[in-house]
Design a protein around this ligand. Structure first.
Ligand code: GCO
Ligand code: MG
Length: 404
């Protein structure tokens, strides 16, 4: 078998997605997600200009070799653009291999270790009543674990809360310039324990509650928050400090037993080396899409296993159904699975990417279709072309830029 075509499809059924489609000489196709929120065209260009021409003629069964060829062969390796492009190739090759075998992909990853994949959903509110309603809505949808993000008194727009920007205007997703949000760490640290207290008071001690600090705290601030949340037994505190400094979590760990989850912006195992070997975290959060694909993510999860660190792959709306499907196959197969983030997609996105995976009672299953189980409707995709859309930026009260 040989690869005869590599096409990159950029589509925007409400938000932008980048998809690589590989075709073999016997007509088997494979899909891979290469979406990098806010920098989509950089990955599309990397794929079209620098990767696609190298793929034609290669044997699609040689997944490991192709991965090494693209990773080591570029010399300029790592980074989200490169690794999203490599991921798309890797996943498309796994899709082809599984289709050629006539098996759902999880069977090639060792088969099912569990019956179904537990997820957590997103609840948010500009204030506490709105947040409590949002938690109720997620529970009604079947979720049995919920991430809670709340507005902060005095701030107009914060991460994870749908609604308004820092000027009070309402927020469209597609926009040609980044939206500006505002931030005050002291106000956040004062308010967040009260958010957990209110949610626990309403929903009781058993509901797993997660929270994402989105890289905004210094090590000592993160330690303060982890300690203050302890009485409410969070399932985890996510990305409490900026991702570049792995050593920061030593200080947080020293002060608290709140479980820590990290890694959605990581691209390689090297970003995790200290965190895993010093047992500074409890969950690895990378997405198949931003970590170079299933091949390296499987290796990461295997490295984490002896340290009793579990998987919790990134699954917001900006991971396409192709990337989600890849994650769900791996979730079903690996023993040290923890939980899967699942935000779902709009009906239009699900029409562009028809998928075999299902969501029932808060759990996902990849389905039994051969390969990944995702079909791309290229006509519908073409009817919704790329539109510029940027992630917000964050400014402190004095106007300086803070981590978003
Ligand atoms: C999460 C993430 C996302 C990111 C988004 C950026 O935990 O789901 O933090 O919400 O902000 O993927 O593109
Ligand atoms: Mg996050």
């Amino acid at each position: 078998m040989k690869i005869v075509d590599a096409t990159t499809v950029v589509t925007s059924p409400g938000r932008n997605f980048v998809t690589l489609k590989l075709t073999t000489d016997d007509g088997v196709t494979g899909l891979g997600d290469a979406t990098l929120n806010g920098r989509e065209l950089a990955v599309a260009g990397y794929l079209t200009e620098h990767v696609a021409p190298l793929l034609t003629g290669l044997d699609p069964h040689r997944i490991e070799d192709t991965w090494q060829y693209l990773y080591r062969g570029a010399y300029w390796r790592r980074g989200p653009v490169t690794m999203a492009a490599v991921a798309a190739v890797d996943v498309a090759l796994w899709d082809i291999k599984a289709k050629a075998a006539g098996l759902p992909l999880y069977q090639l990853l060792g088969g099912a270790s569990r019956e179904r994949v537990r997820t957590y959903g997103h609840a948010d509110g500009r204030d506490l009543p709105e947040l409590l309603d949002s938690v109720r809505a997620r529970l009604a949808e079947g979720y049995s674990a919920v991430r809670i993000q709340s507005g902060i008194p005095g701030l107009k727009a914060v991460y994870g809360v749908h609604g308004t920007d820092a000027t009070g205007a309402s927020v469209p997703h597609q926009r040609a310039r980044p939206l500006v949000e505002d931030w005050d760490t002291d106000a956040y640290l004062r308010h967040t324990p009260a958010v957990f207290e209110a949610v626990r008071a309403e929903f009781g001690p058993e509901l797993p509650l997660l929270h994402d600090a989105h890289h905004r705290l210094s090590p000592i601030q993160a330690a303060r928050l982890a300690k203050d949340l302890e009485p409410y037994r969070p399932f985890w505190l996510e990305d409490c400090t900026p991702a570049e400094n792995q050593e920061a979590l030593r200080l947080v760990r020293r002060h608290s037993t709140t479980p820590l989850a990290v890694g959605e912006v990581f691209n390689t195992v090297y970003d995790y080396q200290t965190l895993i070997t010093e047992q500074l975290i409890d969950y690895v959060r990378s997405a198949v899409t931003h970590f170079g694909g299933l091949t390296p993510l499987r290796k990461l999860v295997d490295l984490a296993a002896p340290y009793q660190i579990r998987s919790a792959f990134h699954g917001p709306e900006d991971i396409s159904p192709v990337g989600m499907a890849a994650a769900i196959h791996l979730d079903l197969a690996v023993h040290n699975f923890g939980i899967q983030e699942y935000a779902g997609h709009t009906p239009l996105t699900e029409a562009v990417f028809r998928h075999a995976y299902t969501f029932t009672d808060g759990h996902l299953h990849p389905g039994e279709a051969p390969g990944l189980g995702v079909e791309l409707d290229e006509e519908l995709a073409a009817a919704h072309p790329y539109a510029p859309a940027y992630l917000p930026v964050n400014r402190l009260r004095d106007g300086s830029v803070h981590d978003w």
